[in-house]
Design a protein around this ligand. Structure first.
Ligand SMILES: C[S@@+](CC[C@H](N)C(=O)[O-])C[C@H]1O[C@@H](n2cnc3c(N)ncnc32)[C@H](O)[C@@H]1O
Length: 403
């Protein structure tokens, strides 16, 4: 066809027909044809949107993300709807940072589109970022003041939660200082007793100091330590409690600690240095299957808490070395539906799969019972991890271990 515009129109019509009849790869082929033929302006925008939908539906989030980012950069309003759908998928797969980045781009592209701040508010609320959720709901109100009353209930309940949390944070912090003074800032019990811990902002910092943070895992951690792993991979190291704890308890091991947050990595490096294990704790950014490949196999232990990304990461079809790797993993079914069932099914043939459920805390059996100057209610606070009792973990113990 000699007329380029007629060619673009024909290819776009084929691409959207293929999209309607759920032939995703055909849709990609026709839409990519428009781009290869040198389209620009509206034709290019529409081709990118169609490509975004097709990749999204074909479960290729990274390809969808790259074309939709391009469309958003071109300020193509048709990219907003697929970008919102993609953000939901990324978030469900534990990639909250990518989801937020994409939505920020969408907001920049169409600042008057209320659906983007509403989606940002929902995702922030779901991961406990209440002040950000309030900020985005206020943004939605400024875009459409008439619909603000529909959001007033959720806004006031978020504001109440924020002020309750602030009050709690203050009182926890005072309890923590009393315990830190009594313990000399050292973890008082559990597998990682003796770690020097600086005061933290997280509610669970005090339980960590007492030594009953994630107490459900203590016997599993002891079992994994007794296996004398030589490489320990800590996915989602946060402030470094586990990375440093394992490095201290397993002197023959190198710990590879990963976190996508720069502030978490900095805290982990500092904690390792304060505790004299900085030379055996290697701190890196995102943990991906590629990064993990050389670190797994016989003699490796993975300790994983990464907000749902475990479903993508811990896949023996991509990482065959997982077959002989011991794994302790926090299971985020709260964020990814049926995550535990899908993840654990992959390991039934190669590992003994132990499920670990949450257990309620009892301050009377913890060291905090003997610290003077605290009320019973403050001792209850001190041993709490501040989390839902529906949380669970799994210990995957390899059946075959090479000598
Ligand atoms: C709940 S925190 C982990 C807390 C840790 N288990 C502890 O108790 O100290 C989860 C961490 O996972 C990190 N994360 C999420 N996905 C990741 C990835 N692909 N690679 C590395 N870190 C990741 C987040 O930045 C976050 O700091």
């Amino acid at each position: 066809m000699s007329d380029p515009e007629a060619n673009f129109k024909m290819l776009l019509s084929l691409a959207s027909d293929a999209l309607k009849s759920e032939r995703w790869d055909d849709s990609v082929r026709f839409a990519a044809g428009v781009i290869q033929a040198g389209a620009n302006g509206d034709y290019l925008s529409i081709a990118l949107e169609v490509l975004g939908w097709a990749h999204l539906n074909a479960d290729r989030p990274d390809a969808a993300r790259s074309v939709l980012s391009e469309a958003l950069r071109m300020r193509s309003p048709g990219a907003i709807a697929p970008a919102i759908e993609l953000s939901k998928k990324l978030f469900a797969n534990g990639r909250s940072g990518d989801a937020f980045d994409l939505l920020a781009q969408a907001h920049h592209c169409a600042p008057g589109d209320i659906s983007v701040p509403l989606q940002l508010a929902e995702l922030h609320q779901r991961c406990g970022g209440y002040p950000d959720a309030v900020k985005w709901l206020e943004c939605a109100n400024s875009i459409n003041p008439e619909s603000a009353p529909a959001r007033s209930h959720v806004l006031s309940s978020l504001r109440a939660t924020i002020s309750r949390n602030d009050a709690l944070r203050n009182s926890i912090s005072a309890v923590g200082q009393t315990i830190a003074n009594a313990s000399g800032h050292r973890v008082m019990s559990g597998p990682f007793a003796g770690i020097t811990l600086s005061s933290g902002h997280d509610f669970a910092w005090v339980a960590t100091l007492v030594g009953c943070y994630e107490k459900e895992l203590h016997s599993t951690i002891e079992h994994a330590i007794a296996m004398r792993p030589t490489r320990i991979v800590n996915v989602g190291c946060s402030g470094g409690y586990y990375a440093v704890g394992f490095a201290r308890r397993v002197p023959g091991a190198t710990v590879f600690a990963f976190d996508i947050e720069a502030s978490a990595r900095a805290s982990c490096v500092e904690l390792a240095s304060v505790n004299g294990v900085g030379d055996r704790v290697v701190v890196e950014g995102a943990c991906t299957p590629e990064v993990l490949t050389p670190l797994i196999g016989s003699g490796s232990l993975i300790f994983c808490d990464c907000e749902g990304y475990e479903l993508h990461l811990l896949d023996p079809a991509i990482l065959p070395g997982l077959d002989k790797t011991a794994i302790i993993v926090e299971l985020h079914d709260v964020w990814v539906p049926r995550l535990a069932e899908r993840l654990l099914a992959r390991f039934l043939a190669t590992h003994k799969v132990h499920r670990i459920g949450a257990i309620p805390r009892d301050w009377r059996i913890e060291p905090v019972a003997h610290i003077p100057g605290l009320t019973d209610q403050e001792r209850v606070f001190a041993v709490s991890d501040w989390r839902d009792l529906s949380m669970s973990w799994a210990y995957l113990e390899p059946r075959q271990v090479e000598e």
